[in-house]
Design a protein around this ligand. Sequence first.
Ligand SMILES: [Zn+2]
Length: 490
Amino acid sequence: MRVVIAMMKHETNTFSPVPTPLSRFGNGGPEWDGQALAAYSGTATPMGAFIDLAKAEGAEIVTPVAAEAWPSGPVQDSAYARLCDAIAEEVDKGCDLILLDLHGAMVTESLEDGEGELVARLRDLAPETPIAVALDLHGNLSDKIIDNADVVTGFKTYPHTDMYETGALAGEIAFRALKGGCRPTMAWGNRPMLPHIMRQGSADSPMRELIAAARQAEADGALAVSVFGGFPHADIHDAGIGVVAVTDGDADGARAICDAILDRAWEHRQGFVFRSEPAEDAIARAAKLADGPVLLLDHCDNCGSGGTQDVMAVLGEILRQGLEDVAAFAIHDPQAVDAMMEAGIGAEVTLDLGGKLDMPAIGRVGEPLSVTGRVKLLSSGEYTIRGPMYTGVTVGMGRTAVLDTGKAEIVVIERHHEPWDVGCLQSLGIEPAAKRFIMLKSRVHWRAGFWPVVRHVVECAGVGVTTSDYDKLKFRRVRRPIFPLDPDAG
Ligand SMILES: [Zn+2]
C-alpha cells in the first residue's frame, strides 16, 4: 500500500503587508521528502498522526512536502505552484490513499481557495483514491474542498491542542473506507456570519456549545463532525463560519447535523461579536491590579493571524505609563536584532524599534519608537515546544535579542513567532510566572501555555491588521450581506 502524506498550511490575511514567498514556509523553506517525514514523525500534528497510522498499516509512506508558514499576505503564485506540483507529482505516480494536513484559509496572488484548487487537482489525477483532509478550526470551507475530498475534519479546540486527534480521526476513517469498513458521506454548510477571532476560543460561549454539539453527534454515531469559526481576515467569498459532518452513508443525517449546529450558531451570533477597550484605558486599569502576572494582550498585531508584529502602539503605551517588571514578547525587527548583535551583551543602545512595515490596507504607516536599554541576552532563538500545542516541534524565532530598559525586558526577534508556549520566554532566561506584567502579541493561542501562569487578562486594542474592529478593514470579496458587517443580514 502506497500512501501520500503532505502538509501545506497557510492562513492568509489579505490585509497583511507581510509577503509570502516559498522561503517563509518552515524555518527558511519547506521540508521536502525524507526531511518532511523526519521533521514531523512523532509530533502532535495531523501530519504526525497520518505518519503513525500509515506506519501501523505497514504502508509505503511518501511525504513530498511539509510546508507551514506564519500567516501573512497572499501566497506568491510561484511558491503555491511549487508546493502543489510536488504533491501532485507523487499522487500521479499512483497511490492508495492521500492524507493532507492543510489549513483551509490559503489565498494566493491568483486564487481565493488554495486548498480547494489543490484537492480538485489531486481528485482529477486520482479519481478513485480516497482523500482525507485535516483542517484548522479557522478554515474557510468551500464546495471545492468538500466535493473533492472523501473525509474532512477540523480542530475542535482553540488554542489548537487537538491537532493530532484531528489528523488521527480523518486518517482512521480513510483507512477504514479503503478496506470497505465504511462509506464516508459528507455534508457542509455555512451561515452569513464572520465571527470575530477573539470570540472563537473553544472554552468560551457560544463556540463551546457548538463544539459540544459536534462531539455529541459523533457520540451518537456520526463519523466526524467539525465546527469551523472561519478566518475573517481572508477577504474571500466563502469566509466565515462553517460545519462539516461525515456520516457512514447517511447523506440526510449529515445534512441534518450541519443544519442543527449552524442554526444554533446563527441564533447566538451576537456572542461572536468582540467589543474592545482602547489600549490606553486598558493599561491604566491593569496598572492598578495588585497581583500579577497580569497579561497585557496586544491582540491587534498578532503574527499568528498575519500581523506585522512590529507595531509599537501597545508597548509604547506600557512604557509611557511607566509600568514596571514587564516582559514583552515580541517585536519583529531584524534591523534592531542586527544592531544589538553588533553592540554585544551589556552594551547600552538606543534603537528605533519596530514600525518597519507600512499597513496600507488599514491606512497606517510604520511608526518606530525610540527605546533605550541594555542588551541583556543574545540567542539563536531556537527551542522545542514542551507545552500542549505543537508539542515536540522545534521552532525558530531567528536570531533573538532581549533589550532591558530597566522596567521592561523586550524580546526582539528576526522571524515571526506567536507566543503560545512559555518556552519562548524561558528559553531566553525570562520566567513568566515571576513577572508582574507580561505583554504578548497574540489573540487566543497564548492560552495554550500561558493560561496557568497569568492571574489577570487585560485585552489592549492597539493598532494592526489583526484588529477586531471590522470598520478598519475594507472588505471587498466576502459575500454580502454578512453579519456583523451587515447587522440585519439573514
Ligand atoms: Zn487556527
